[in-house]
Design a protein around this ligand. Sequence first.
Ligand code: ADP
Ligand code: G6P
Length: 489
Amino acid sequence: VERQDGRPFRQRLLVVANRLPVSAVRRGEDSWSLEISAGGLVTALLGVKEFEAKWIGWAGVNVPDEIGQRALTKALAEKRCIPVFLDEEIVHQYYNGYCNNILWPLFHYLGLPQEDRLATTRSFQSQFAAYKKANQMFADVVNKHYVEGDVVWCHDYHLMFLPKCLKEYNSNMKVGWFLHTPFPSSEIHRTLPSRSELLRSVLAADLVGFHTYDYARHFVSACTRILGLEGTPEGVEDQGRLTRVAAFPIGIDADRFIRALETHPVQEHIKELKERFAGRKVMLGVDRLDMIKGIPQKILAFEKFLEENPDWHDKVVLLQIAVPTRTDVPEYQKLTSQVHEIVGRINGRFGTLTAVPIHHLDRSLDFYKLCALYAVTDVALVTSLRDGMNLVSYEFVACQDAKKGVLILSEFAGAAQSLGAGAILVNPWNIIEVAASIAQALNMQPDEREKRHRHNFLHVTTHTAQEWAETFVSELNDTVVEAQLRTRQ
Ligand code: ADP
Ligand code: G6P
């Protein structure tokens, strides 16, 4: 479709995700301030610009009163965001419970909660009921704002029930669903008590997308083995209706990072960091403080490296920036204490009166400070035990065109498939191997660093978030047209 000036109409898009790109903080009865939310999903979607997009999601805060809800709705509207209000009990059972204590660990191969993490079977069922209820609340808001022709793009494991709810409202709605985490082997998925119901609801979408071909393949085998449906090269077929399933590897808005490096605040931060760590090589970890990120494994590997390389003791520092996340879930609380304990022990063991080997910060850094850190880093360490993609590795590469630092990357991150040729790939469970990779990275010669960096930089700057979204949305439009043609035949 074209406008009179020859340019295509911008596709109207309703982006539905549990978390809005901004989180709200209450400042008064009817006043709110909005802060950018952390996480890969938000980072990627903020890089998507060429659409007439509106966001529907939760603002990360409980707003029980009408005055507050009205004021927040207004403040969010300026950011093209539409809130879904979830009360405390729903957040507890749906977000902390079913999403982050059940689906998230399961999809990352950490298994279902044992008795101690999940009191009774009844509580599993009530969490699933809350999950469905929350998904229905998202569907109600989408339905209210939907205009014919809109593409509705649902995101992530929080909203697996949403495609079904939306199609029940309107079977002509164009619905896509994209998973930002791994989809596990069907042998793992089949342990989930609500396995079939969730698969069937996702299949109500027209197009289902994953970061890698492997995740898409796992999803199709779950549908064939668990639901007994037919898997085809195109997707999954159920009584003549096809749900298209494919891989759409995500990217970042690399130019935003490259441009930021030239700005005054980033240059100032770079200068400060260089002075602060003069004479030492800088290693960097940037993660949400999540068990899937392998933070204890990373720090233990660094300890092993120090143990085996006394010459490096005062010549290297590890900066681990870990933003707290999902802090109401007990597993995350345990992880925080575990990480603090290990860092304290290692700093006690290898620190001197003037320097410690690990600087661990439990906090989020603003964009400019983050860019500066990426730029001064010699070696970045990404040791995820499993990770849908891992955009931190992309951001690091985008900021390294001057320095050409080395990326050590877990083979269990989706990014290993795209940045594998430039990075040193490791199995994060193998502490000895990671320690050896740290030595290899710190001693790597400039020509090899240059060669590896070139490969990764080319990938990160050409496979952007914008391109990812355009490909997904155009494939969704094509899928719907093809389905209409098929039913007419
Ligand atoms: P995930 O989606 O699991 O959070 P990703 O690596 O894909 O993992 O994305 C994480 C995003 O959150 C990145 O954009 C990264 O810059 C941001 N982020 C993570 N930790 C921090 C931090 N401590 N401070 C600022 N931003 C962070
Ligand atoms: C991952 C998930 C996102 C989520 C983000 C932050 O990237 O795929 O859906 O938004 O983590 O987690 P949170 O629970 O704070 O939204």
